[in-house]
Design a protein around this ligand. Structure first.
Ligand code: ASP
Length: 324
């Protein structure tokens, strides 16, 4: 039986109805592919495209801007047979995940950045779009004004920590296993607001934000730099191979807690087990397995809305591992 899970980012934010709607639409799009015998690759691409097009998420349309007000998106995609592709600092493609898939399927490379990535996307006819939403422009203006006034503005830059609550993370990702047991995973983001031009995050780095092999697949989200340093996606899949999805992610979260890595992750195992965990205040995700849809919206500060029947982690949203 196939399975799919999609996430809408980990961080400090309050997932609401829009997040839920976007994630449900995304999982429905992916499930439609899986249910009709389609591949895990097509399923996660379909799911991530929905999320990229949904302005509330911070990927594709509605991406955060770098400090110069420019959009530079990162995305990656990987299959259980180790095929993979990634793009970074892409400026105009409406759906960066499709550009990552182009790198995987049409080139001899794994990661293409900047102008080269834009050129590849354009030459294969991918749709271009101004990815700056009004809401994101307002956020940018607000944060820039604080920066100009000499105030601290962004938590991922240590001197800019105070308005952390203002930050809405919203990277997206999806992992799936299809009816033939093939695994695929993908991640897409605009990166954090006010990042430096040219900064590339974990979402473009195979082994950091995205990884898949014959044992499992994962998509991670959170502050990109520590996720890269700890190679968390690869570590997660190795742990899943040794311990299974639930225990593997459990072990990973314990490691992340000890190392103080704030992040979230969704994982699928080759036996269709789905697991997810996070050490951030909030995370949102929706899964579909055996035809059953499950929604988890952590709203931070110890509150979690749970449409599923899992029952764990109702009282606390921090450092939790769930299996659906
Ligand atoms: N991991 C992303 C990055 O650092 C951000 C996120 O997941 O929200 O680019």
């Amino acid at each position: 039986m196939p399975a799919i899970i999609a996430h809408g980012g980990a961080g400090r934010y309050s997932p609401g109805e829009e997040h839920e709607r976007g994630l449900k639409d995304a999982v429905a799009a992916g499930w439609e592919v899986l249910d009709s015998g389609g591949s895990a690759l097509d399923a996660i691409e379909a799911a991530i495209v929905v999320l990229e097009d949904f302005p509330v998420f911070q990927a594709g349309f509605g991406s955060a801007m770098n400090i110069k007000g420019e959009i530079q998106t990162d995305a990656s995609i990987m299959l259980g047979d180790l095929s993979c592709g990634a793009v970074a600092a892409l400026t105009a493609a409406a759906n960066p995940i499709k550009a990552a898939r182009l790198v995987m399927e049409k080139t001899d490379h794994v990661l293409i950045v900047g102008d080269g990535a834009d050129h590849l996307a354009q030459s294969y006819g991918l749709e271009s779009r101004d990815l700056r939403s009004d809401a994101r422009k307002e956020m940018y203006d607000r944060m820039l004004a604080k920066l100009r006034a000499g105030e601290e503005v962004a938590w991922y830059l240590p001197r800019l920590r105070e308005v952390a609550a203002d930050m809405s993370m919203g990277t997206v990702g999806a992992v799936a296993v299809d009816s033939e047991g093939r695994i695929a995973s993908g991640t897409s983001t605009g990166g954090p607001m006010l990042k430096l031009p040219g900064r590339v995050g974990d979402a473009a780095v195979i082994g950091a934000g995205t990884y898949a092999n014959e044992n499992g697949g994962v998509s991670a989200t959170g502050v990109g730099e520590p996720i890269i340093k700890h190679a968390l996606a690869k570590k997660a899949v190795d742990l899943i191979a040794d311990q299974g999805a639930r225990e593997g992610i459990e072990t990973l979260m314990e490691y992340a807690r000890i190392k103080k890595v704030r992040f979230g992750i969704v994982a699928v195992e080759e036996n269709e087990a789905i697991a997810l965990g996070y050490t951030t205040e909030a995370m949102s995700w929706v899964s579909m397995k055996d035809g059953e849809l499950k929604t988890f919206l952590s709203t931070g500060i110890g509150v979690r809305k749970d449409d599923g029947d899992d029952g764990t982690a109702k009282d606390d949203s921090s450092g939790k591992v769930l299996e659906t």
